[in-house]
Design a protein. Sequence first.
Length: 314
Amino acid sequence: MAAQPRPTAPSPVSAAEFAGLYARVRRPDGRGAGRGALDDITPRQVRAAAAEVGSGLTVTMAAPVETRQGPDNPDPCKHVMTGAVAGHIHAEGLQFARDRIATNVHGDADSHLDALCHVVFDGTLYDGVPASTLTPEGATDLSVELAHDGIVGRGVLLDIPRLRGVPWLEPGDSVTGDELAAAESAHHLRVAQGDLLFVRVGHRRRRDELGPWDTEEARAGLHPTAMEFLADRKVALLGSDGNNDSAPSTTEGVGFPVHVLGVHAMGLHLLDYLQFEDLVPVCEAEDRWSFLCVIAPLRLPAATGSPINPIAIL
């Protein structure tokens, strides 16, 4: 694929422009939409997605869970062995190896899913649900339990570094809607209603090769205006190997505009900090960038998100 010239940096988004953008992409269904944008995945589309399976290869899109502290992971997962371990193994009889895991679901290193109750904007959740539904015991509405039957559909990977001819996008860079359309064309497909859209910015490869950095200060992601592409195509889910949002924010007064637009306005479950380095060479070898995708979040009835291991089946 011929590399595309690096686009001019997108313009900042004013508060007034963001309000207009929010209104344009907002899901119009109103309360009672059920699972938000996931309702756009029909049984017929799931059956069609199953027809994507050819070679039968399965590939993870999750990164290994991090237990090391770093500039992007000040509160890493804590993994403790609680059962049989070296030095305490009996020579006879039965023992069990056990462990306990405690994790910050919405950290900046581990792959996770954002539920529709994750984003509070102007005092409300998605679809006008009162933020008071977020209680000390958990979320009483729009929790990750909405996805308890799993998320299954056609996954589509748009590789922006491949489009630009670079290994990764530099922190602070933004992906435009025009680039999503260009990548779609380069991959010889069209993103359609109900698709699970994955956008690679190369965050994980950069982290693996150069080491972690403070992602709160700088990271590559989508420009807010790119969400119009997703709204037009009626995608059901958005995932990235970064946070989906770029940093510093391009939007006046809003730190995470893509999260606000995606979760709060469009009803999209977001998948943050995936990794596509295992999947890209398979897509290149098979010359196709769509696949059956299966996502099974943990059943955490009152949670705002879940650790996740999305599987691409080619």
